[in-house]
Design a protein around this ligand. Structure first.
Ligand code: AMP
Length: 566
């Protein structure tokens, strides 16, 4: 397909902010898009493979500038100057390519295949001469590009497409294009996305136009599946009411979610954000090989850190560094070992289990795992109808320093990607929230040079007309001045700087990427923040690199907390 055709769609999409219009534009395009060109779906989201793939384009502004310079013959200093005055490298590329095209006539036709081929070579390059090879691949595309094509190519390179669509927009567009906007189709399409996380694949199924084709889509080992999420209840009684009697009750371990795949002897580990973290946890790979039976499976588990000397469990923030760290892995593994607590199984020896009742899944799980405390165990569990017994179990979980309990309906299936009412969490009242940082302010005095006050936001799940993230307060407490003491201003500033989208005096606005756990004393109504609420005395407790902005506390949860505190 011609790249210009896709660029037309990008243009149409960026000309409107209305979601319904975007869906319409996309659905028209999807109807036209041949199945053979399904990988264009990745380009629509500014990517080259499904989101979970580790192969990303990853081109810095600097490198993009060098390539533009090479393609146009204009030196980088001049390009940087233009960039500073225009503010968007994409537009700079558009302008310079337009000027260049007036003087030279040759022009090739750029296809989406060619764009994908070159972009897909970028993450494969390694070693000496990588930078030059990358520049050559990009320059080749830019010299064939028309001005508008150069605009979107450049934006794609630097990961900032600015057309305002996401996975859910594409889902609705597929439902509109192939199923006449049917609600059921929209649900099935989302199901298929949650199972496969591959939009191009789901498109090829949807294009057939028959719902029955969705039934055949199964989860696949080796490809990350979105995890099932829990709803919250306050009391055991409410829990029983929601999941029925008898139900399974398990310890709620306080660590991070880990999905464990085994396929032909190979173990692959994913976080709930679908990141592949196999390399970071060699000991887990070994435990799974040794202590779990079966030639293929997908397990759902919680990894909990503990002190190797005292064997006491550690709070999440102390082991979070293991998720990101790519060096010194051996050393870190000794200092911060993890125990794997397996609580569900989605696939076993060639068969998906997600439609099977929890009772059956948990039985299989307990059969195939050989418990080795401080290595790998199946989650501590009771099956009961008795409220007293449940209370005792809850007490014991807390005494053993776990976070609380989970209550699970024995007949329920595994629903990838959904927050379900058949798996519930209960934890003691402690007033904490996961929020995302959307802005910050530079400090003064001792803290000058650092961003020292952080604007927090919750997820808007109520009012479609308002922005997706609503501000709810400013955070400055709980962050350290010295890095050795914990998460520092310096560290946060470093994380935030590349995410800045707008600067005004001391204030910056940033992309909503950094999720933090905070505690607070009270929620108050407040006209100062777009959520209508403000946190009193918010205090930072941890970075949550394992969560993304869609997983944070929602406005309706906050309203509920507000009502309950009254
Ligand atoms: P929350 O992160 O507060 O929404 O609580 C749900 C999380 O608890 C899940 O995403 C898991 O990471 C974690 N968890 C710990 N133990 C269990 C368990 N036995 N069953 C299910 N989830 C668990």
């Amino acid at each position: 397909m011609r790249y210009s055709k896709l660029v037309e769609v990008y243009e149409q999409l960026s000309s409107t902010t209305k979601r319904l219009e975007k869906i319409k534009i996309l659905s028209k395009f999807l109807r036209y898009l041949p199945e053979d060109d399904k990988d264009v779906l990745y380009l629509l989201l500014g990517d080259i493979y499904p989101e979970y793939s580790e192969k990303k384009i990853g081109i810095s502004n600097q490198l993009a500038i060098k390539a533009i310079s090479k393609a146009t013959g204009i030196n980088t200093t001049q390009i940087v100057k233009k960039w500073k005055s225009i503010g968007d490298i994409g537009q700079v590329a558009e302008l310079l390519i337009a000027e260049k095209k007036q003087s030279t006539l040759h022009s090739h036709i750029l296809t989406t295949e060619k764009v994908l081929t070159n972009l897909r070579k970028l993450p494969e390059l390694e070693g000496k001469g990588t930078v030059d090879k990358k520049i050559a691949l990009i320059t080749e595309l830019l010299t064939s590009a028309k001005p508008k094509e150069a605009l979107y190519l450049t934006r794609t390179l630097i990961g900032d497409l600015r057309i305002g669509i996401k996975e859910s927009t594409i889902r609705e567009a597929m439902a509109e294009a192939f199923f006449d906007k049917s609600k059921e189709a929209s649900k099935q399409i989302q199901d298929a996305i949650d199972k496969t996380n591959d939009l191009a694949f789901v498109f090829s199924v949807a294009k057939k136009g028959k719902l029955k084709h969705f039934e055949k889509i199964s989860i696949e080992i080796g490809k990350p599946v979105k995890v099932m999420l829990a709803q919250k209840v306050k009391k055991i009684q409410d829990g029983f009411e929601a999941v029925g009697k008898p139900c399974a009750i398990e310890y709620k371990y306080d660590g991070f979610r880990l999905l464990i795949h085994k396929k032909q002897g190979e173990i692959i580990l994913f976080t709930r954000r679908l990141e592949n973290v196999t390399r970071q946890f060699p000991e887990v790979v070994e435990y799974v090989k040794k202590y779990v039976k079966g030639h293929s499976f997908i397990l759902d588990s919680e990894a909990v850190g503990f002190n190797p000397k005292t064997k006491t469990y550690k709070p999440f923030q102390e082991i979070s560094q293991r998720i990101k760290r790519k060096y010194d892995i051996e050393k870190l593994q000794k200092e911060l070992p993890v125990e794997i607590n397996v609580f569900d199984i989605m696939y076993y020896n060639g068969k998906s289990l997600i439609k099977e009742p929890f009772e059956k899944r948990t039985k299989i799980l307990r059969k195939i795992i050989k418990n080795h405390p401080y290595k790998i165990i199946s989650a501590k569990q009771i099956i009961t109808s008795d409220e007293k017994e449940a209370e005792e179990f809850y007490k014991k979980a807390l005494e053993e320093n776990q976070e609380g309990i989970m209550m699970k309906n024995l007949n329920a299936p595994y629903k990838p990607g959904s927050r379900v009412g058949h798996m519930l969490k209960i934890k003691p009242e402690e007033r904490d929230l996961d929020l995302v940082i959307v802005g910050a302010e530079y400090g003064t005095g001792k803290r000058s040079g650092w961003l020292s006050s952080f604007i927090l936001a919750c997820l808007n799940d109520e009012d479609k007309k308002k922005e997706k993230f609503l501000e709810i307060g400013k955070l400055g407490t709980g962050i350290k001045e010295k890095t050795e003491q914990g998460v520092s201003f310096h560290e946060l500033t470093k994380k935030i700087k590349p995410l800045i989208v707008e600067e005004q005096g001391k204030k910056v606005k940033i992309k909503p990427k950094i999720v933090v756990a905070v505690t607070y004393q009270e929620i108050q109504k407040s006209p100062n923040y777009s959520s209508g609420f403000a946190l009193r005395f918010p205090r930072f407790t941890a970075l949550r690199p394992d969560k993304n902005a869609n997983d944070i506390s929602t406005l309706s949860e906050i309203k509920k907390d507000y009502e309950e505190q009254k």
